[in-house]
Design a protein around this ligand. Structure first.
Ligand code: FES
Ligand code: FES
Length: 154
C-alpha cells in the first residue's frame, strides 16, 4: 500500500492508504479525527466539510493522493480550546440540535470568514448552501454567523 505525507492541522502525518481513498476515511479511520462526519458520501450534505488551502471542501470528494502538499484543517484544528470566533459564536447562539452537521457548518463559515471578514448576505447564502441540516437550525446558524462577523470586526 502506498504511503502519503499529509499536512493536517499544521502537523505532518504519514498515512498508508490506497491512492483513491477519500480524505474523509483517512481523517476518521486512520487519523482518528472523528469530528469530520460522514453524511452522504456523494457531495450532497456537507457533513464532511474541511478546509483545504483556505477553501471549504467536501472531504468525501477528495482522495488522499489529491491532498498531498495541501494544508488541511479539520474541526479539531480550528482551535485547541473552542476559542475560534466561529466556535464562540456557535456557543453564544446555541446553534446545534443533534449536532451531526455542525462541524461541517462551522468549517464552511470559518473558511468564508477567513477569506472575507465582512461577507455580503449573498456570499453567506452561497457558502451555506453547501451544508444541510436535518434539524433545521438554519436561523440560529445565520444568527451565529452575524455574531462571529461582529466579533472579528470589532
Ligand atoms: S459526506 Fe461529503 S458531502 Fe455528504
Ligand atoms: S443539528 Fe442535527 S443535522 Fe444539523
Amino acid at each position: 500500500m502506498p504511503t502519503f505525507i499529509l499536512n493536517v492541522n499544521n502537523k505532518e502525518v504519514t498515512v498508508d492508504a490506497e491512492a483513491d481513498m477519500p480524505l474523509l476515511w483517512v481523517l476518521r479511520d486512520t487519523l482518528n479525527l472523528t469530528g469530520t462526519k460522514y453524511g452522504c458520501g456523494v457531495a450532497s450534505c456537507g457533513a464532511c466539510t474541511v478546509i483545504i488551502d483556505g477553501n471549504s471542501l467536501y472531504s468525501c470528494q477528495r482522495t488522499v493522493a489529491n491532498c498531498v502538499g495541501k494544508k488541511i484543517i479539520t474541526i479539531e484544528g480550528l482551535s485547541t480550546d473552542g476559542s475560534h470566533p466561529v466556535q464562540q459564536a456557535w456557543q453564544k447562539a446555541g446553534v446545534p440540535q443533534c449536532g451531526y452537521c455542525q462541524p461541517g457548518q462551522i468549517m464552511t463559515v470559518a473558511a468564508l470568514l477567513g477569506k472575507n471578514k465582512k461577507p455580503s448576505d449573498e456570499m453567506i447564502n452561497n457558502a451555506m448552501s453547501n451544508n444541510l441540516c436535518r434539524c433545521g437550525t438554519y436561523h440560529r446558524i445565520k444568527e451565529a454567523i452575524h455574531l462571529a462577523i461582529d466579533d472579528i470586526n470589532k
